[in-house]
Design a protein around this ligand. Sequence first.
Ligand code: F3S
Length: 394
Amino acid sequence: MELTTEEEKMLSGEHGRAVQQSMEILCALGKVYGADRLIPVSSVQVAGVSYDNLGEAGLEYLDGLAKDGKVKVLTTLNPAGMDLEDWKRMGIKEDFAKKQLAVISAFKKMGITISCTCTPYFVGNAPSPGDHVAWSESSAVCYANSVLGARTNREGGPSALAAALTGRTPNYGLHLDGKRKPGITAYVKKELNGTQEFGALGMVLGKRIGNSIPLIRGVKEATKEELKSLCASIATYGGTALFHMEGITPEKVDVPEESIEVGEREIKEAIDEMNDQCDPDFVYLGCPHLSLGEIKKIAGLLEGKKVKTEFWLGVARKVKEESDKLGYTKTIEDAGAILACDMCPVVAPIKGRFKCMATDSAKACYYARAKNRFMVRIGSMEQCIEAAVAGKWK
Ligand code: F3S
């Protein structure tokens, strides 16, 4: 891989140990994937934030980088394992909270924006079409590539941090025109409604096409919330970091000959597969984190009601601040639900705490079963809220 004079200096340690270590990671990656050079990135999104995943070794690694490392571009963070301010009311233990705050403090020292969200594009990290970025959260990576038309590989935590500390990433994979072409056409034969059905589509496609890039045809309309749900599930159940959707996503591509069809039956089977026979004691909305529009809708549905289950709404702190100003937070919290900022239920230490979780997210269903050992229910936002109020799934 060819390096510029400046990059050679970074690699030799002239810019400090954190930059040198980062260049070593980027050069190793570039070599493995056959990159010709490093390219500048306009933003970074770092995953691997929860102390639950990082442990002591991860914290030490971050503290080491924070000694002399400073980010060169806008860098935002994925969710942590708790609400950084209101962790007590979520039942998080003090020992965990201390370690989680130490992790956050290392990121802060490096100049990273403590956004703690998987929807950075709602809080000021929204690249333009064609921008090269280095993001690591799988749903956000898919959203950046597919919906925003930016270009990113799915970075690991360390390679995203290395990109942040140098402002560069190796030029391979989804940064290249030739690697962004679809290999299969998916004809959708059912009109999809709501985040749960778009999530189900992602599950069906993910399972059938793995990490191939699909061109999705036949979807007439999709909101940004429905697209974020699709991004989350297609990446979870399959692994692709990019899809094209005719008439909706920005890149113009040729139609691949190989094709599959997804109809009413497949969507229903996917929804059935994500519904265990249980009444929820926990409702979670916000996987990926909620938009302000979704919070407004939830506030409208909860107005004047009381919930019987534990009910968390995952949201970026910046979005919650808007919700506070507009009075949505008060309406939601008067009903007994919580706006949980900065966190994700998958990386929070809540394994086994609940029996049955209701959600509108296919990705949340996957991890609630696999990681938290909960049974799950998937339905529309309306169904989830009805279940929280009734304490029963209808
Ligand atoms: Fe976000 Fe966690 Fe879901 S990171 S996409 S809320 S699994």
